[in-house]
Design a protein around this ligand. Structure first.
Ligand code: SAM
Length: 327
């Protein structure tokens, strides 16, 4: 049975925006209304996948009527950003390249390039891209909740599916806080925070191209910023040399495959009572908690939520922890 988000009429547009941004609105089933409630069908098979994204809403099994569509183009999972399409390599195991190009061009008539993401590699988490069709467009501008980002595809990490997560974390930051975005990429979290809150964000990334784009993105959004961003281009391991111990209220550690290797750094820099948003990779949320508890047993564990699917069956989780006052 498909899954539906069960929402009050008044919240439909908000939920639809989240769902559309995450590209999980079902194209197979219709949105249906019953009294004051609306059922919005989504194309995910397990509640876990959207637990983080739609945590404030109820997700239920449903049986909505199917859409009637004269031409049904079945599309594989892809990202459409700035007139460029990016598909994962494994998509081509299930669909012929020519057929894929045809379908993409019918559904997105303005598309100018179709890239295949072969893998994510090296320390900088850069995608290795191969042009399947179109112009070699690598530089694009994307918008997340009104915040603009310049991206150089292939040179930096960027995932448009993190847009909601950027916004969600920024929403819980309090004005006046000092926040460290320890692996900031081109500034996803940092810019959302500084747009929403009067806070100071120290944004660091080791990749020089990500740093350059971070600086450009700060300038690009200058007029929208309430808070300030200090851009840094160093190894997070070195940060305790530059920053005072116990000087930050909140740390965002978005390096899912290695974030646990920097626990001593977070412990040094966070104030007692400060919050750590730790991103980790796992198949099951229970395993995540156990693994983190092994390294941070005294810390208060708030929650772990799945943020996105990293590879089939493996999820990125965000775990929120509070540093004990006694450390
Ligand atoms: C998953 S990406 C971060 C994405 C970013 N938070 C966003 O929302 O777009 C991880 C980033 O960590 C950076 N990185 C890897 N090792 C690092 C280190 N030791 N110190 C600082 N940055 C590092 C990479 O260059 C990469 O941009």
């Amino acid at each position: 049975m498909p899954l539906c988000v069960n929402v009050d009429k008044s919240q439909v547009s908000k939920v639809l925006e989240i769902i559309r941004r995450a590209r999980i609105l079902s194209d197979e089933y219709k949105i249906t209304r019953s009294g004051n409630k609306v059922l919005i069908p989504i194309k995910v098979e397990h509640v876990d996948v959207v637990q983080g994204l739609l945590r404030d809403f109820s997700i239920i099994e449903c049986n909505p009527p199917r859409r009637r569509s004269p031409i049904r183009i079945k599309m594989p999972s892809l990202d459409y950003i700035g007139d460029v399409v990016i598909v994962r390599r494994n998509v081509l195991d299930h669909i012929d390249a020519e057929d894929l190009v045809y379908r993409v061009r019918v559904v997105y008539p303005r598309v100018r390039a179709i890239w295949v993401k072969e893998e994510t590699c090296d320390l900088y988490r850069k995608p290795l891209l191969r042009l399947l069709w179109g112009e070699e467009i690598k530089e694009i501008i994307v918008k997340e909740h009104g915040v603009l980002f310049k991206v150089k595809l292939g040179d930096v990490y960027y995932n448009s599916r993190l847009a909601e997560e950027h916004y969600r974390v920024a929403s819980v930051v309090k004005s006046g806080e000092v926040v460290l975005d320890a692996f900031c990429g081109i500034g996803g979290f940092a810019l959302h925070i500084a747009t929403l809150k009067l806070s100071l964000v120290i944004a660091n990334d080791l990749n020089p191209t990500a740093y350059e784009l971070l600086v450009e993105n700060i300038l690009l959004n200058k007029r929208r910023l309430k808070g300030s961003i200090v851009p840094l281009n160093t190894d997070t391991r070195e940060l305790p040399v530059f920053l005072r111990e116990r000087s930050v209220d909140r740390i965002i550690a978005d390096l899912p495959h290695q974030s646990l290797e920097y626990i001593d750094v977070y412990a040094k820099l966070l104030k007692p009572g400060g919050v750590l948003h730790l991103y980790v990779l796992s198949k099951m949320s229970e395993n995540v908690e156990q693994e983190i508890r092994r390294s941070l047993d005294m810390w208060y564990f708030k929650e772990c939520v799945s943020v996105l699917e990293y590879s089939p069956g493996v999820f990125v989780y965000r775990c929120d922890l509070v540093k004990p006052k006694t450390i």
